[in-house]
Ligand binder design. Structure first.
Ligand SMILES: [Zn+2]
Length: 121
């Protein structure tokens, strides 16, 4: 079943309440971050270090985000920062998902209004 079909069967008041609920469950926008967190194992360049033999240093946490075609930026994330950065990234996805759900409702509600307007004419 598509989202549209499933919303179709829900009454307007319930849709409005659902939309309100989605807004209330929205993470704080200041705590959002687009990008991804990954673990990296690095070599330090010292030829006498164990990493030169394949036993790389790490894991180190690294944040990366694509800013445009061929444009990526990022940086190392300290272990102490990792959980917070991870939470911000999760929040970003949650906000996007919630906004998609709100958008689906906001496509459906005007459709119903149009039907009512047509009937009145
Ligand atoms: Zn090394």
């Amino acid at each position: 079943m598509t989202a549209r079909q499933s919303l179709h069967k829900i009454c307007t008041l319930a849709l409005q309440r659902r939309r309100q609920g989605l807004v209330q469950l929205m993470p704080q926008l200041e705590d959002t971050l687009r990008g991804s967190l990954m673990q990296r194992y690095l070599t330090c360049g010292n030829p006498n270090c164990k990493c030169a033999g394949g036993e790389r240093h790490g894991p180190n946490w690294y944040f990366s985000v694509t800013l445009g075609p061929g444009a990526t930026t990022g940086g190392t994330v300290a272990a102490e920062q990792r959980d917070r950065v991870r939470r911000w990234i999760e929040n970003y996805h949650t906000v996007k998902q919630q906004m998609e759900k709100i958008s689906a409702i906001n496509r459906e509600l005007p459709r119903r209004e149009r039907k009512k307007i047509k009937r009145k004419k």
